[in-house]
Design a protein around this ligand. Structure first.
Ligand SMILES: Nc1ncnc2c1ncn2[C@@H]1O[C@H](COP(=O)(O)OP(=O)(O)OP(=O)(O)O)[C@@H](O)[C@H]1O
Ligand SMILES: [Mg+2]
Ligand SMILES: [Zn+2]
Length: 633
């Protein structure tokens, strides 16, 4: 073969190999899609076939029909009157929250039960109220002495007798409690212990046995039950030994409570606790009274603080709220900025001294401060009922964090708003912080996806994240995507993607690394003249450019690259696994964008589709982008 011929063959071979590479990626993409659809189908089928209430994951607990479970929502049990009376008189609550009555009735009927309910929804009542309405006492296993003390303080304030045994109990106190356990005249209704006490104190076990034989051990509650499981996130070895309780006291109903446990964690707990057939009730993560909204933060002129202050002064006048910020410095500056605008705000972060922190907390709790501008340090133990808004000045580092933080709003079940300001640069600020954490990066991208994606209801993103099957009726236009569905359009960004990928590719070939900011600027024609000649620049607005680059990152056409120095971590963009797909002529990428974030004079949409609007008749949905719409503030 002559050399020309050999060159041709080599070129042909290269081209076939490149094509094969693309096909491989397409197959991978299709397989990914297949896996996701299969899992979705499985979930839906499970829902269809489930004999039990939808609150019960399949395979957990005795087969109880939906009808049978429904019965436990009634108030015609022999204990119902007493229950209702104590709810009002002792606990001073006017009504049950979803699932509380069902859980309590099941437990009062002697059933073993796992209750999965988001934080702050009132799991404690599900054993405290039955304890008050039953003979004898309830044994409560709690992982932390501080949680125990909180509960004892609360119960004392409502005149419910409760005692505890833990490592710091005095001998005297322990002696009295142990003696009273079998005393039919003993006043206490709840006995709090740590798992270590059960595992280590033979004396306690023998007293429990006596109490059991005397019919005085009415119920066992295991709080934070996910701690039993190796797969749960706060595994505690002593929880593993709690199986002894059900083995020794098989007739006593057990109630396991947790805010976060997947099916497999619960299965593990069931085995460890030796509960043969628990019923599992899972409360929805859907907080129907919360309105979820994402607002864009403009990197050119970040006016988020002005926005926030306008909101607080107008929409939330005289209402209590929290503004979450990224850093201690931000807490100080944002708080000072709000103060300058005449808002009664105070910062809160881990670096403040304990007295100052508790003073801010106290003043806010008693409405002497309207807004706390806080880092995530403002978390544990924050339980104010009338928080009307939680605004995130910067996105959270994960959906779990966002759910927890925003979930401090509206605990009184009245309407409240959860607004997050989403800025392109913040993604990378947080990214460099979470890069060392296991799956930290993925969790952050999930949060970014929550903010960026406007083709799904915000609630559905949260629900799916927590393994919940989502029903589209569950939002009721209580998120910006559902409420303003007509403000979004689907645009084809294939050519844009090619342009961006070319920029990153070119940098790679020149052994240059580009930060997200550099990529943005290069594409907008702000880079060095030499590069400008070699690439396709754009006239899209900054917000559009950022939205497209973020979308390419989320979809895997770009990916992150880090470099570490002793002082800081740098974040760069490199080609993602899907970038070669763009070489395929028929490959196209679309994304849904806010109409409000688009500048019609510049955006080149080769294809514009509109959302098949839920609200038919609204013509705005069908008109192409014709004018620049100001950002909705
Ligand atoms: N039916 C109800 N109506 C109004 N408020 C309630 C009701 N039940 C409980 N609460 C209140 O909800 C708050 C949180 O309750 P609780 O501490 O039991 O939450 P939890 O589900 O155990 O959360 P965590 O997972 O954080 O421990 C408490 O202030 C409690 O008084
Ligand atoms: Mg609790
Ligand atoms: Zn929605």
């Amino acid at each position: 073969m002559d050399s020309d011929n050999a060159d041709d063959v080599q070129a042909g071979l290269d081209s076939v190999e490149a094509e094969l590479e693309v096909v491989k990626l397409q197959i991978a993409e299709l397989l990914e899609k297949q896996a996701s659809l299969t899992s979705k189908r499985k979930q839906l089928l499970r829902r269809l076939e489930e004999p039990c209430d939808s609150t019960q994951p399949s395979g957990s607990g005795p087969a109880m029909t939906k009808q049978e479970l429904l019965r436990y929502e009634n108030d015609d049990f022999s204990w119902s009157t007493e229950l209702g009376q104590n709810l009002k008189d002792v606990f001073q609550l006017s009504k049950f929250r979803p699932l509380q009555l069902k859980a309590i009735n099941l437990s009062m009927s002697g059933k073993d039960l796992f209750l999965v309910m988001p934080t702050g929804r009132g799991k404690s009542l599900c054993y405290q109220l039955p304890a008050v309405c039953s003979e004898g006492f309830t044994l409560v296993v709690t992982p932390l002495v501080s949680l125990m003390e909180d509960q004892l303080m609360y119960l004392k304030s409502i005149d419910v007798e409760a005692v505890s045994l833990n490592a710091s109990s005095s001998k005297e106190h322990a002696k009295t409690v142990l003696a009273e356990m079998t005393d039919s005249k003993a006043p206490f209704k709840l006995l709090y212990v740590t798992p270590e006490k059960i595992a280590k104190s033979k004396l306690l076990m023998s007293r429990l046995e006596k109490a059991y034989n005397a019919g005085r051990l009415s119920r066992i509650a295991v709080d934070e039950v996910h701690c039993c499981s190796q797969w749960g996130h706060d595994f505690r070895p002593d929880y593993k030994l709690l199986g002894i309780l059900k083995r020794q006291f098989p007739k006593v109903p057990l109630l396991g409570l947790t805010a976060t446990a997947t099916g497999s964690v619960l299965k593990d707990c069931q085995k460890i606790l030796c509960v043969p057939e628990p019923i599992t009730l899972t409360a929805s993560f859907n907080r129907t009274n919360l309105y979820y909204e994402v607002r864009l933060k403009d990197s050119n002129s970040d006016d988020s603080v002005s926005d926030i202050s306008a909101l607080i002064k107008e929409r939330y006048k005289d209402q209590s709220g929290i503004v979450y910020v990224f850093s201690q410095k931000d807490a100080e500056t944002v708080s000072a900025d709000l103060q300058k605008k005449g808002i009664n705000a105070s910062p809160y972060h881990a670096n403040m001294n304990p007295e100052d922190k508790s003073q801010v907390h106290r003043k806010w709790a008693t409405n002497k401060i309207q807004v706390v501008v806080a880092t995530v340090a403002f978390g544990m133990g924050i339980d104010k009922a009338d928080v009307r808004f939680v605004i995130h000045h910067t996105i959270s580092k994960s959906i779990e964090n966002y759910y927890q933080e925003s979930g401090r709003a509206g605990r009184d079940d009245k309407p409240a708003d959860c607004i997050v300001y989403f800025g392109f640069n913040d993604i990378f600020r947080i990214s460099t912080m979470v890069v060392m954490e296991n799956v930290g990066q993925q969790k952050l991208l999930n949060m970014v996806d929550y903010c960026q994606n406007v083709d799904r209801c915000r609630r559905s993103v949260i629900a799916v994240h927590f393994d919940e099957v989502w029903d589209d009726e569950g939002c009721n236009e209580m998120c910006d995507v559902c409420r303003h569905g007509n403000d979004y359009i689907t645009v084809d960004i294939t050519q844009h993607a090619k342009d961006v990928v070319q920029i990153v590719e070119l940098a790679g070939s020149l052994e240059e690394k580009l930060t997200p900011l550099k990529v943005t600027e290069a594409w907008m024609g702000k880079g060095p003249a030499k590069r400008r000649k070699m690439i396709q620049t754009t006239t899209l607005s900054r917000l559009e450019v950022e939205a497209i680059i973020t979308s390419l990152l989320l979809q895997g056409y770009l990916s992150e690259d880090f470099s570490f120095t002793p002082y800081t971590t740098y974040f760069y963009l490199k080609l993602g696994g899907k970038a070669p797909l763009l070489k395929n002529q028929s490959h196209s990428i679309t994304m849904k964008m806010r109409r409000t974030g688009l500048d019609a004079n510049t955006v080149k949409v080769s294809q514009v589709k509109t959302k098949e609007g839920k609200r038919s008749g609204d013509n705005a949905a069908n008109s192409p982008v014709t004018k620049k719409v100001k950002r909705d503030l």
